[in-house]
Ligand binder design. Structure first.
Ligand SMILES: Nc1ncnc2c1ncn2[C@@H]1O[C@H](COP(=O)(O)OP(=O)(O)OP(=O)(O)O)[C@@H](O)[C@H]1O
Ligand SMILES: [Mg+2]
Length: 274
């Protein structure tokens, strides 16, 4: 197995409240060609875990633990070295696509930006590569001169995907990239991501709170609850034989065959005491 990212004992806490763990003792491992989904309710620490990999946590937060990417401990790198990794070796699609695109720049320019910065592409070669990327994500390359507000939500999300994979990263982090989309568009975007993951042999870390999405694309699943990983394993194991009561409660919220949602109370004494 080709491990690409290894996180050991990740803690995240506010600088002014060191005892209040937002992420606590989280460890995980990602491999090339595999999709790992992080699931968990709102506020469980999913986005913070993703941001800590990129060293993009807000300055009020502190982290401890080791984040090793391709054998390199990222905490040891300078900010400049880290910038060379972001967007080049690790791509990220953020939770809010509408706020991540710049409304006054064309989508072609924005997709070309990482190619200029990291690969020094310019002129005709740059234009050609942008056209290729647009085609890859299913947008007509003649749309390169469009502005974000001339596109649909699904198309904007495809632009975000094109930007994130422009430099063929080894790891792609996608934080709820389909939440804002309607169901059919969501299915198309998921299929696209899955296909790109295979073609580029990336590791994908996919954050969602939707078990339907998990069943669709995950190889492995990590379940987070109040900052802790309470369960992790292959998708079939976690979905078919969940061990932790929180996972069972989450699964019970998924609509059954008749579309009935069964909600279960979640108990906060499930966690190990602090
Ligand atoms: N800058 C910050 N300062 C203090 N607390 C923060 C900060 N950023 C996030 N938090 C808290 O950390 C916890 C985890 O946040 P995180 O964004 O990782 O949740 P999430 O699992 O991604 O939730 P969602 O599904 O809603 O996106 C939340 O309780 C949040 O309020
Ligand atoms: Mg989040």
């Amino acid at each position: 197995m080709s491990e690409i990212l290894n996180i050991q004992d990740l803690n995240i806490y506010p600088a002014n409240a060191p005892g209040r763990y937002l992420v606590k003792q989280a460890s995980l491992s990602l491999a090339r060609g595999k999709t790992t989904c992080i699931v968990g309710e709102s506020g469980s620490g999913k986005s913070l875990t993703a941001l800590s990999i990129m060293r993009l946590l807000s300055p009020q937060l502190r982290m401890q633990g080791r984040v090793v990417f391709q054998g390199q401990d990222l905490s040891q790198l300078s900010e400049r070295e880290m910038q060379a990794i972001r967007g080049r070796q690790i791509g990220m699609i953020f939770q809010e696509p509408m706020t991540s695109l710049n409304p006054v720049l064309t989508i072609g320019f924005q997709i070309g930006e990482p190619l200029q910065t990291h690969l020094a592409l310019k002129g005709a070669a740059l234009k050609q590569k942008v056209a290729e990327l647009l085609t890859q994500v299913g947008i007509d390359p003649t749309r390169a001169n469009s502005y974000p507000d001339e596109l649909s939500g699904g198309q904007r999300q495809r632009v975000m995907i094109a930007m994130s994979i422009a430099c063929q990263p080894a790891l792609l982090i996608a934080d709820e990239p389909t939440t804002a989309l309607d169901v059919t568009v969501q299915a198309q975007v998921l299929r696209l991501l899955d296909e790109l993951k295979q073609r580029l042999n990336m590791a994908m870390l996919f954050i969602t709170h939707d078990f339907g999405v998990v069943a669709d694309i995950a190889d492995d699943v990590i379940v987070m609850f109040r900052g802790e990983i309470v369960e992790a394993g292959p998708v079939s194991q976690v979905l078919d034989a969940p061990q932790h009561p929180y996972t069972r409660a989450l699964l019970a919220c998924v609509p059954d065959a008749e579309g009935k949602k069964v909600l279960q109370p979640i108990r906060y004494d499930w966690l190990t005491p602090a």
